[in-house]
Design a protein around this ligand. Structure first.
Ligand SMILES: Cc1cc2nc3c(=O)[nH]c(=O)nc-3n(C[C@H](O)[C@H](O)[C@H](O)COP(=O)(O)O)c2cc1C
Length: 329
């Protein structure tokens, strides 16, 4: 099966979407030149940290948003039907591209440059103008807590504790180890997972990582403690946290939460605001059952995003070529 170059490009841009542990948990079944089904790839599910496939659906939602945005540039509107009725179904979305006037703007550039920034940020609060602009993208599902607020303080303190708990859970740590890349050969061969560059590891530490470390190192006391130290540094160096909620926990609501998350991340890229999803408060007990009440939110929380101004622009993460997630050869 082959498809025109512009359609292949749309799929490539879609696949630059963020996904938890950079699992890229999507497959695309090509039905015809302008029609495909976005499917789930169970080999890429994170059964330990994401047993309900909540984050899986958020990641597919981000893929959907990129697909829709890129399609507009190439002169197509993406008409989409949600096929999945539960998070473990294979077929998630059916997409049909319909011709429209191409949009000429910077959206492809934003999709290509957006990247999770795990470095420390400036502590300066977000400008009210920027908060207002971001909220407008998802008015009913957006709350910003500055780092200085009492909620911001609770998020920061709890993220350290929740990370500590997750880091010392061997099963979750082993799952993470499978997605961390310890050799440049593996990075090139697989095109997925997390590299030291993506974690902000550089210089001698990066040399050490690629030369001496492996999956077993992730279970060592020093690796786990270094991770918790990094989280402390991260939450103490930011403007605050954006919390994204969904209407409920249905497949459709989770896909839409992933979609608006990516829309927000692209706008942040445009405005020089760094974004870092920190999911442990939604993954670990007791925080995951307390979070809505303690933050005064009436809807389920889907993302806790550390945000702030940063002049550092991380390189885009590693991604698989489209032949790896489609039946195109
Ligand atoms: C649903 C979801 C949850 C995520 N949770 C975390 C997290 O807890 N910690 C983290 O460092 N990154 C998290 N990320 C960011 C991913 O690790 C990142 O998107 C992925 O590695 C690809 O890198 P990129 O965003 O730079 O393209 C999350 C992303 C998504 C979509």
């Amino acid at each position: 099966m082959s498809i025109p170059g512009n359609i292949a490009q749309i799929l490539r841009y879609a696949s630059l979407a963020p996904s938890s542990h950079n699992t890229q948990p999507w497959r695309v079944k090509i039905i015809s030149e302008l029609e495909f089904i976005i499917q789930s790839d169970p080999k890429r599910w994170l059964l330990k940290v994401d047993p309900e496939n909540r984050e899986f659906l958020l990641s597919i939602g981000a893929f959907w948003e990129n697909l829709e945005q890129a399609a507009l540039t190439f002169g197509f509107k993406a008409k989409t039907e949600i096929l999945a009725t539960n998070s473990k179904n294979t077929d998630i979305l059916k997409v049909k591209l319909v011709r429209c006037t191409p949009q000429k703007d910077n959206r492809l550039e934003l999709i290509e440059t957006r990247a999770t920034n795990r470095r420390p940020y400036e502590k300066k609060d977000l400008l009210p103008l920027h908060v207002k602009e971001l909220k407008r993208l998802l008015p009913d599902h957006f709350t910003y807590f500055s780092r200085e607020s009492k909620e911001g303080e609770w998020i920061a303190k709890s993220l350290i504790e929740a990370n500590k708990k997750q880091t010392f859970d061997d099963e979750k740590q082993k799952e993470l180890a499978r997605w961390l890349r310890f050799s440049r050969f593996e990075v090139k061969k697989r095109g997925d997972g997390i590299t030291p560059e993506m974690l902000g590891v550089s210089g001698i530490a990066k040399f050490f990582w690629y030369t001496f470390m492996n999956g077993k190192s992730v279970l060592s006391w020093s690796f786990r403690n270094k991770g918790v130290e990094n989280v402390k540094n991260q939450v103490n160096n930011c403007a605050g946290f954006i919390v994204i909620t969904s209407d409920d926990l249905s497949v459709s609501s989770l896909l839409h939460a992933g979609k608006v998350f990516e829309r927000l991340a692209l706008k942040c890229t445009e405005r020089g605001i760094a974004v870092h999803p920190m999911s442990q408060l939604i993954e670990e007990s007791p925080w995951k059952v307390q979070i809505e009440e303690l933050l005064g939110l009436s809807k389920p929380v889907q993302f806790v995003l550390r945000v702030g101004y940063s002049t550092f622009q991380p390189k885009p993460s590693i991604q698989r070529p489209i032949e790896e997630f489609t039946d195109l050869r």
